[in-house]
Design a protein around this ligand. Structure first.
Ligand code: IPM
Ligand code: MG
Length: 364
């Protein structure tokens, strides 16, 4: 099968981690008789430097014409002074909105090999960490009005959050459908004791619940959820939440699994053309040093194969290879254990070596 993939290397560690994911995809193509055609897309800080725009229309058009988009990371201190609408992150937000990918799926699953890298007590980790955050991705405060004006001799900043019933309903359905395919438990997370958006959110979720009698729906306030994720993560199966809460909770959830460098994500809308990216940022402090963890990006490529290209076997092969490489003790710096005894059983490698190890494993 031939698939056209728009590739956004982006900023910071983006280019080096994406390189590893492409190597893995090439290996899969070779072994399973596919052709993956890559089309490079400039987005983020590098696009600002080159085109004066974090996502020029021609670049968005390339993504829209592709079968799916694979992305590394964008942003960095170099562009901190750039005004809001032209920031590197704005390119990503415009891409998500332009592609209409309203549903962001972020798994929080502990790899047994990395259990000791979790900052949680073993007694908590042992109960298991395996849940998914379904994050609404193209609404809410991220896409509201953003304004800073002068009022009464001082600056006043305003960001507005709004959600319509239909926006909530379509992400709610993804939450229920996702739960239906897993443990049939859906936790809707909001702040309905304060926000109107959240009260509407809760109302729509309960209305939908009637259509999914096989799924157990619960409600949780976001502050409590932040606490429960560290106190008893085993209670969660699927969490569905709005854009900003999902951003924050998914970072927290990734941390308890050991490292944010391990977590992939998929973003989908009405079509199979999806956006696949690791959930971590561009880590400018370690960019170009060949020490970043490419696994989050490699697993994002696996998700692309599974969810957009219907290549479950190929996705399984990548995930199995990652697991085998971890079994063999290979670790990037971020997932090295702290315990001296465990360190002895592990070998530290850089970004490109980790990519090679995974390819070698796939070929076995
Ligand atoms: C993420 C990131 C982005 C977000 C930034 C880079 C705009 O933190 O994907 O979680 O907030 O959505
Ligand atoms: Mg984030």
């Amino acid at each position: 099968m031939q698939k056209n993939i728009a590739v956004i290397r982006g900023d910071g560690i983006g280019p080096e981690i994406v390189e590893q994911a492409l190597k893995v995809l090439d290996k899969i193509a070779e072994m399973y008789g596919h052709t993956f055609v890559y089309d490079d897309v400039d987005m983020g800080g590098c696009a600002i430097d080159k085109w004066g725009d974090p996502l020029p229309q021609v670049m968005l058009d390339k993504c829209l014409a592709s079968d799916s988009v694979l992305m590394g990371s964008v942003g960095g201190p170099k562009w901190d002074g750039v005004p809001g609408p032209m920031r590197p992150e704005k390119g990503l937000l415009r891409l998500r909105a332009g592609m209409g990918v309203y549903s962001n799926n972020r798994p929080a699953k502990i790899w047994p090999q990395l259990a000791s890298a979790s900052p949680l007590r073993p007694s908590i980790v042992e109960k298991g960490i395996d849940f998914i955050i379904v994050r609404e991705l193209i609404g809410g405060v991220y896409f509201g009005k953003h304004e800073t004006e002068e009022q009464d001799g001082q600056l006043l900043a305003t960001d507005t959050m709004s959600y319509s019933e239909s926006e909530i309903e379509r992400i709610g359905r993804i939450g229920f459908e996702t739960a239906r395919k897993r443990g049939k438990k859906l936790c809707s997370v909001e702040k309905s004791n304060v926000l109107d958006c959240s009260r509407l959110w809760k109302k729509v979720m309960h209305r939908l619940a009637a259509e999914y009698p096989d799924v157990e729906l619960s409600d949780m306030l976001v502050d409590n959820c932040a606490m429960q994720i560290v106190k008893n993560p085993a209670q969660f199966d699927v969490i569905v939440t709005e854009n900003m809460f999902g951003d924050i909770l998914s970072d927290e959830a990734s941390m308890i699994t050991g490292s944010i460098g391990m977590i992939p994500s998929s973003s989908l809308g009405a079509t199979t053309c999806g956006l696949y990216e690791p959930i971590h940022g561009s880590a400018p402090d370690i960019a170009g040093m060949d020490i970043a963890n490419p696994i989050g990006t490699i697993l994002s490529a696996a998700m692309m194969l599974r969810y957009s290209f219907d290549m479950a076997e190929e996705a399984d092969a990548i995930e199995r290879a990652v697991s085998a490489v971890l079994d063999a003790g290979w670790r990037t710096g971020d997932i090295m254990p702290s315990d001296a005894e465990e360190v002895a059983a592990c070998r530290k490698v850089g970004c490109s070596r980790m990519g090679e190890l995974i390819i070698e494993q796939i070929a076995k």
